[in-house]
Write a protein that binds this ligand. Structure first.
Ligand code: SF4
Ligand code: SF4
Length: 375
């Protein structure tokens, strides 16, 4: 049964003596997080981070594209958690593994297939992580001799979550800008529990990318770009070149010059994680909630036939709902155009007379691309 209820991986039964109220230490908090199903758990001090400057530089260069939630008034809050929870002293950073035992995008070659990013295969992680962190918070309140304030963040509040996760020792931020845990890789959802408690912070993780540049070389659109800094090269992902941005965040028209780069991707892109050597031996989650709703690499024809009602029903509790029906079908159309498969002409001709202008225009472009007239 698929459901959104939080199910800890390990047992939650505590012996009565463990319920005795006490002053919480960092080790207690991390152990409780692990007990509630988070394999990665670490503590960061809730102080402002230098990464806020790097984030500002990324925004100033226009690399956030049209993602207003990253560039508006919330931009300057990201590097200071006190704007989210006055009096915050510590951040419990957690990671939840979502990797399932299915092939990666780089192992497929069929032109008639579509790719949906691995993180979006199963249930929406926001609710799953928030529920897990709520159970951690409740447990901490049960045993803490001190009252405390807390706030849960799961992608929902402006905070530099990868930067704090690195400070908490969960991993380093790779050249692909993902948080990478040694030795288990980057297939983790991240969440934070801001706490007014003073807790011993962990040691930040060391950068282990070394001279590797597989993700940079594999990115089909050249979206991973270097930025010189006094402490060595850092890397940005320029959203304006990234497939994930165009297939998830971009509303309405995808600029024509970006469509070919999307390839067969209809929701997100995993290439820069699929090629990362740290993901070669990534563990597999036993959590059925992250198993795919659709078979990985579903046929494009099947996706193009999804009606709006079916989309709402199928993806009601899935990250895919973020693109909305129109955006999803638009992405399927672009992938059909990129497929080089003439058998998609019939369905594209039908979609070219769709009442929605965005869908119709993308279908006309895809037909032109199949004829070799659009690049
Ligand atoms: S998600 Fe895809 S397009 Fe974006 S940086 Fe990674 S490989 Fe490049
Ligand atoms: S592919 Fe190589 S350079 Fe890129 S994130 Fe992984 S280890 Fe770092």
């Amino acid at each position: 049964m698929r459901c959104g209820r939080w199910r800890p991986v390990s047992g939650m039964a505590l012996e009565a003596e463990e319920r005795t109220r006490r002053t919480l230490r960092a080790a207690d908090v991390k152990a409780i997080a692990r007990e509630h199903g988070f394999p990665l758990a670490g503590i960061a001090a809730a102080s402002p981070l230098a990464d806020a400057e790097r984030y500002g530089a990324w925004v100033d260069r226009g690399m956030a594209g049209a993602m207003g939630y990253l560039t508006d008034h919330r931009r300057d809050k990201r590097g200071d958690p006190a704007t989210l929870l006055p009096g915050v002293r510590s951040i419990l950073c957690v990671g939840l593994l979502y990797n399932t035992a299915h092939p990666c995008s780089t192992s497929f070659s069929q032109a008639d297939r579509a790719w949906i990013s691995r993180y979006a295969w199963g249930e929406d992680y926001h609710q799953i992580l928030a529920e897990g962190l709520r159970s951690v918070e409740a447990h901490l309140r049960e045993i803490s001799s001190e009252s405390f304030d807390a706030k849960i963040c799961v992608d929902t509040a402006p905070i530099l979550e990868r930067s704090y996760a690195r400070q908490a020792g969960l991993g380093w931020i790779g050249k692909n800008t993902c948080l990478i845990h040694e030795p288990t890789g980057s297939w983790y959802f991240l969440g934070e529990l801001l706490l007014s408690l003073e807790l011993e912070p962990d040691t930040p993780a060391q950068d282990r990318c070394g001279s590797c540049r597989r993700c940079i070389d594999a990115c089909p659109t050249g979206a991973i770009v270097p930025r010189k800094s006094p402490d060595g090269d850092r890397y940005f992902v320029d959203a304006r070149a990234c497939i994930s941005y165009y297939t998830i965040e971009k509303k309405n028209e995808i600029p024509e010059e970006a469509r070919v780069g999307n390839g067969w991707h209809v929701f997100g892109c995993d290439i820069c994680q699929d090629v990362c050597p740290w993901n070669r031996r990534a563990p597999i989650t036993g959590d059925a909630r992250f198993e795919p709703l659709l078979p990985p690499a579903p046929p494009l024809e099947r996706l193009a036939a999804i009606t709006e009602a079916e989309f709402r029903e199928l993806f009601v509790n899935s990250p895919v709902s973020r693109s909305k029906y129109k955006g999803f079908i638009r992405n399927v159309i672009v992938a059909m155009g990129n497929s080089g498969s003439p058998e998609f002409r019939t369905v594209l001709e039908r979609l070219a007379s769709h009442s929605d202008e965005t869908i119709a225009r993308h279908a006309a472009w895809a037909l032109a691309r199949l004829r070799g007239e659009a690049t």
